[in-house]
Design a protein around this ligand. Sequence first.
Ligand code: GLN
Length: 381
Amino acid sequence: MHPRARHAQTSIFTHMSLLAARHGAVNLGQGFPSNPPPAFLLDAARRAVGTVDQYTPPLGLPALREALGADLNVDPADVIVTSGATEGLLTLALSLLVPTRDGQPAELVVFEPVYDVYVPQAELAGARAVPVPLHLDPEEGWSLDLAAVRAAITPRTQALLVNTPHNPTGLVFSWAELTELVALAREHDLWLISDEVYDELYASERPTSLRELAPERTFTVGSAGKRLEVTGWRVGWILCPPGLGGGLSLAGGLANVRQVTSFCSPAPLQAAVAEALPLARSQGYYAALRADYAARRALLSSGLRSLGAQVHEPQGTYFLTAQHPTWTAEGLVESGAVAVIPGEAFYVTSPPPAGLLRFAFCKSRAELEQALERLARLSNF
Ligand code: GLN
């Protein structure tokens, strides 16, 4: 087998879900919601199956590109629908990262802790991911170290992959931080890839979208799975920098790549998302989701604190990171208590901070309560 196939090992998320099932542990590992998706989305999907069943153009179902354009205030011509954000990110790695003239791999700067697909996707594209550590202060939590980003840029760097709100830390980059990143990108002529799949899942202020600051070089990756709680539907998108005129669009270039990866995302599900996006906005669905998550986050976070964990409060996503002196991901799942993601899963260049674990709180209240009860029982031994 080609060495690239070694990247096809089971992902940590799948692995922890399998262990959770085997040991009967509450699954706070893989980030998928327990609550049902909104009824207006399911109704639209039921009507679309049997009606919209054949291939869509590789750029996406026109109605969905229109709906995304309206929701995200972009020209639909610059939108491409992908099979989940994962395929969107792969399409960008395959399309934007070009080996240097001396035959060296292109470099993609990413932040560490790093979401698991960024590094292998860069390698599949013949490039190299260069992780820049986020700083963790035991009291203040996570923060961005701009000097470290600057130090990581070399003549081979071609793109900077930003993820805000950030998985796993829940960090939201501020307007000022993003402005600094944009200045660096302009100085070194880098593409900006902005993974904003948790754009509607923020705790206080709406995160700044990188596209607002640097439309000419930003590719924004988004996800219906995250917004509408249907992670298995595989409907994501990329917003490209505005077209180059004369009918040449960057979205068209990306479509050439994606037509040989999955060709299109499931057609009836694209139709359902197209119908649901304006309804989600007009019915206040995202605001209700945020309020619900705020309550679940508070439940989990105060419960973990009372069991001696140091919780780093997230500003977005449905994850939180915490450190505990004795818990390990392996120990917690094998005792049949709780599945979580070990910090190691997000570190490629250095060991993670001691005792770092990621907990998903996109689970039902009952599951969160049960997880806390089981952890309390473990702590009493
Ligand atoms: N994004 C999800 C998480 O961080 C997992 C995605 C997956 O399992 N492919 O848990």
